[in-house]
Design a protein around this ligand. Structure first.
Ligand code: APR
Length: 243
């Protein structure tokens, strides 16, 4: 049996025998839904400098550019939907095969696919709030540039901008969950952003990478499956179901 299929079967076996599996996902988990990632060849950061649009400084001093960038991302996410890879992870959670998903993604596709135990380490595009006081608002208000109804301030998406702190509770819960896992599935991430790129080394059990491109050699994986997340997760699920 070719090596790739052996790896698919091995991962299926590990998932079936692991009492505590956790998934850790990045932007590569959503590209098969049509949502671009950041650093691969067609990624967002190959066209736009993140320092120009994804920082507090950009939000405070270049609001038009900031607003345009995040409006496009919100509309893109609204017009697309989760793919079968997200659905497989949600199914595994329901079947007790997966404890939780820690994600860097802000599209809420894991929730939309049915996952319940999701740690959104970089927040969520949909959670709109005003810049001055954090008063809640909605995506339509942000897209239409409606000022905060309570204080008149400009609005922002609830994503973690470069230089901002991660949500502390979410971080500690995700860290705790990964430290207790017997099997960590790292899916669709270049592992280049701190501090989330420290999470794989906190795992005590086996660590598996499912990714299109190589990631930095600093990481030691027990198994690497090079390819598309959606396809690989579907194939592993078919082996688990004996299809
Ligand atoms: N299947 C598997 N892997 C994929 C797929 C796919 N369909 N599509 C892309 N990839 C891989 C790419 O090869 C790349 O290595 O996913 C990885 C995506 O890496 P990045 O674009 O760097 O995204 P991510 O790691 O999630 O970035 C982390 O950076 O800009 C910040 O806040 C942003 O959360 C983001 C963080």
């Amino acid at each position: 049996m070719p090596e790739y299929h052996q790896s698919i079967s091995k991962l299926a076996e590990w998932i079936q025998n692991s009492p505590n599996t956790v998934a850790f996902t990045g932007a590569g988990m959503s590209t098969e839904s049509g949502i671009p990632d950041f650093r691969s060849d067609k990624g967002l950061w190959t066209k736009t400098d993140p320092m120009q649009v994804a920082t507090v400084e950009a939000m405070n001093h270049r609001y038009d550019l900031f607003h345009e960038f995040y409006s496009l991302r919100i509309q893109n996410v609204q017009q697309a939907e989760p793919h079968t890879g997200h659905t497989v992870l949600a199914e595994w959670e329901k079947e007790g095969k997966l404890k939780a998903v820690a994600t860097q993604n802000v599209d809420r596709y894991h929730h939309k696919a049915g996952s319940r135990n999701v740690y959104e380490l970089h927040g969520s595009l949909e959670k709109i709030r005003c810049i001055d006081h954090g008063h809640p608002a909605n995506s339509e208000n942000f897209l239409n540039r409606t000022p905060c109804s309570k204080c008149g301030s400009l609005l922002r998406p609830g994503v973690v901008l470069f230089g901002e702190m991660l949500p502390q509770d979410t971080w500690s819960n995700a860290l705790n969950c990964i430290q207790q896992s017997n099997l960590l599935l790292i899916i669709g991430t270049s592992l280049q952003v701190h501090p989330v790129n420290q999470l794989p080394s906190m795992a005590k059990g086996k660590v598996v990478l499912i990714n299109r491109d190589e990631v930095s050699a600093a990481y030691a994986f027990d198994l690497v499956l090079k390819g598309s997340a959606g396809e690989i997760l579907q194939q592993v699920n078919q082996v688990i179901k004996g299809e």
